[in-house]
Design a protein around this ligand. Structure first.
Ligand SMILES: *Cc1c(COP(=O)(O)O)cnc(C)c1O
Length: 361
């Protein structure tokens, strides 16, 4: 399939036509023109509004994995400690990534079908004294949303750690207050709620985080340090993607025009509808409690009468694409992505109808 008739994959999501218009223009060199830096700066301000933060914003090339790596490499040296709060694959992933360059990583683990709890994190952080604590807002593979970012932020700062949060698959579709949650480095991607191509990564960086970044002084393609203040210096570590920057602007303005509250409400509505229709069909929700479910993605167990590859190909025959899974959830849990352009009642209804027909046949 080159494109999906009914696309409900939890990222990359469908790129709307008005956003695709950004590529229908022969942009000049991003290195040379003030207009590019003005656009970059306008996007920074829109992002600060959407994420409720006064922290600095960097917008870099490469999809979100590039800044997940950057958030670790720029804040940790070999032998330094990181505590990865995890209720899923992305949570654990932080520990695995940090180990590759010699950091000492521990995982504060919670079941994949549940969400992290502050008490256990507090105990672990007190004992381990990490330099960095990471958490994931929406664990996309599990279809869950971590509700206690504020509490984890407090814990991080009580033990003197930086607080790094992956909100790649939630921000813009769920209320998020970066400053209230005391997030030092926040990580956002372009191909989820923002409904762009997987081209850009967005990070929020606090003063406290900049101090650590300057002292670690990591340089590499994904390093944050040279992105500090580029909008004023007008000098970047590499040539930026003006088309993607323009597409980001269109997408951010769409959220502002819709109203952030309304966008969040649209996600909640699509998620509720998805769970409701799933229940009617007899699908079993993966999160052990419905209240752990994310508004951007819903995870169900693969119906018992099918093996995943068979179920997937039957849905695909009818034009529907959903997400499978990875690691220990592979083959057992599938996911419906209703984020960004796909947080749409009609689309969810269409997809769930195809699932219903398939399950009942
Ligand atoms: C999508 C996603 C990322 C980025 O990873 P991909 O390579 O785009 O899959 C990072 N974190 C989370 C929670 C995500 O959902």
């Amino acid at each position: 399939m080159e494109f999906y008739k009914v696309g409900l994959v939890p990222g990359p999501v469908s790129v709307p036509e008005d956003v695709r218009k950004a590529w229908d223009f022969d942009f000049a060199s991003s290195d040379l023109e003030d207009e590019f830096f003005n656009l970059y700066h306008e996007n920074q301000i829109l992002i600060q509004k959407i994420l409720h933060t006064n922290n600095d914003i960097t917008i870099t090339s490469g999809e979100a994995m590039s800044i997940l790596w950057a958030s670790l490499k720029c804040t940790l040296k070999g032998g330094e400690k990181i505590l990865a709060v995890s209720s899923g694959l992305f949570g654990e992933g932080f520990a695995d990534m940090a180990k590759t360059f010699g950091a000492e990583a521990e995982v504060c683990a919670f079941d994949y079908d549940s969400v992290p709890e502050p008490e256990k994190i507090y105990e672990h952080a007190k004992k381990f004294s990490p330099k960095v604590i990471t958490a994931v807002h929406c664990e996309t593979p599990s279809g869950t949303l971590t509700p206690c970012l504020k509490e984890i932020g407090k814990i991080a700062h009580e033990v003197g750690a930086l607080f790094v949060v992956d909100f790649v698959a939630s921000a813009g579709g769920e209320a998020l207050d970066v400053d209230e949650a005391e997030i030092d480095i926040g990580l956002w991607g372009s191909q989820k709620v923002l409904s762009l191509t997987p081209s850009l990564s967005i990070a929020t960086i606090s003063k406290r985080a900049w101090d650590v970044i300057e002292s670690v002084n990591y340089s590499g393609y994904e390093a944050f340090k040279d992105w500090r203040d580029v909008e004023n210096k007008k000098f970047m570590p590499y040539t930026h993607d003006w088309h993607a920057m323009k597409a980001l602007n269109i997408s951010l303005l769409k959220i502002m025009n819709e109203g952030l509250e309304n966008a969040i409400e649209r996600h909640e509505r699509a998620a509720r509808l998805c769970r409701e229709l799933g229940r009617e069909i007899g699908l079993k929700l993966f999160p052990r409690d419905e209240k752990f479910s994310s508004p951007t993605v819903t995870a169900f167990y693969v119906p018992e009468k099918f093996l995943w590859p068979e179920f997937d190909s039957k849905l695909r025959e009818q034009g529907l694409a959903v997400g499978g899974n990875y690691g220990k959830l592979a083959g057992k849990v599938f996911r419906i992505g209703h984020m960004g352009s796909q947080a749409d009642d009609e689309l969810v209804r269409k997809g769930m109808n195809i699932i219903k027909k398939t399950v009942k046949s």
